[in-house]
Design a protein around this ligand. Structure first.
Ligand code: WQD
Length: 337
């Protein structure tokens, strides 16, 4: 059974390709290599022994998308990761985000709606909740006005899919990720941030390795126990496995609605200082950091209520924060060799 993974050479995409292959799926990857490298294919093969089909293609080119589906008319399901995801960059360059995150989704759905059956897994984000009123966050928590064009593209993407599923044979699962971290235990694949990492964990591991002088902690004046902001850090392999479970749910017709939504987190919130201390414990390194003012657009707290994913989807995150950080640290040391 052939599954299309767009953005399949990216951080979460590549880990999902591995888990799909482990379950016996044949994988076709589309990636334009704007935020990844073809070398990731070697990492995937090193883990599974199977080379996925790879098509270098930009989903912003409608004709290329149409030609792809003419060539591969036996795609049983699509997991759609390909998108730009840097919050700050989206504020500076909104049209890059609306073109790359929305147009591409429209072109994919225009092809899928022509197929007799279309199963679609969408990479969404807890960012759609903004600062939720109540913790832990459930899937019924209200969707707040997006804090960035990036977050808005996730909200719009969910709405587009919902509207299309209502009137076509497209079935979809929207997966709202909390904070993906860590790397495959083999250290054959992992996060490859380009330039200065925007996200906390890659900045920590680069600082731990000595590539950065110190971590800037964005604010210690939040209304939290230690004053630093709280997030739900989920291991990328746990996240990848959730995509396979969601796909299998659709393929087996077990979905109870045309569109289902699941929060993917661990259910545990960790503050920035707690992440720093956990990293110091697993690495044996003292992490230099400075407290600086809050980052524009950051929220105080977000962690998932995982009941629906645990009971309806039948999936639960396994890795602890320390295990996630240990895998991220192992990967950092491996790629710097
Ligand atoms: C985590 C915490 C920062 C860097 C965003 C997107 C989300 C997803 C993940 C794409 C925050 C603090 C960070 C640093 C710090 N994006 N921090 N110093 O902002 O929760 O989520 O990235 O998949 O959709 O919204 O993640 O890792 O940037 O920040 O103190 O150098 O770490 O303030 O509290 P975030 P993050």
């Amino acid at each position: 059974m052939k599954i299309l993974v767009t953005g399949g050479l990216g951080f979460i995409g590549s880990h999902t390709v591995v888990e799909l292959q482990n379950e016996g799926f044949e994988v076709v990857i589309i990636d334009n290599l704007s935020n990844s490298s073809e070398d990731v294919l070697n990492g995937i093969v090193a883990i599974t022994g199977t080379m996925p089909i790879f098509e270098k293609l930009d989903l912003r080119e409608k004709k290329s998308v149409q030609d792809f589906f003419k060539k591969y008319n036996d795609i049983s399901g699509v997991i759609h990761f390909a998108a730009s995801k840097a919050v700050g960059e989206s504020v500076e360059n909104p049209l890059l985000y609306y073109e790359n995150n929305i147009n591409t989704l429209v072109y994919l759905l225009q092809e899928l709606q022509q197929k007799p059956e279309a199963h679609f897994i969408f990479s969404s984000s807890c960012t759609v909740y903004g600062q939720a009123e109540k913790m832990p966050i459930t899937e019924n928590s209200s969707i707040q006005t997006a804090m960035s064009p990036y977050g808005n593209t996730k909200q719009i993407g969910e709405e587009i899919i919902t509207d299309v599923a209502k009137v076509t044979n497209v079935n979809a699962v929207l997966l709202r990720y909390f904070n993906p971290v860590g790397s495959h235990p083999s250290a054959e694949i992992g996060e490859l941030p380009i330039g200065v990492p925007q996200n906390l964990v890659p900045f920590i591991t680069q600082t731990g390795f000595g590539l950065r002088a110190a971590l800037s902690v964005y604010g210690d004046d939040y209304p939290t126990p230690d004053g630093t902001a709280i997030r739900d850090y989920i291991h990328v392999v746990d996240l990848a496995q959730a995509h396979v479970v969601a796909l299998q749910r659709l393929l087996s017709g077990k979905n109870e609605a045309k569109v289902e939504i699941f929060n993917l987190g661990t259910g545990t919130g960790s503050s920035v200082l707690e992440v720093i201390h956990a990293f110091e414990k697993v690495s044996g390194k003292k992490l230099p950091y400075n407290i600086v003012p809050r980052r524009e657009g950051d929220i105080t707290e977000a962690y998932a209520n995982t009941d629906k994913a645990n009971t309806v989807l039948g999936w639960k995150a396994k890795s602890t924060l320390e295990e996630s950080l240990a895998s991220a640290w192992k990967w950092e040391q491996k790629i710097r060799k």
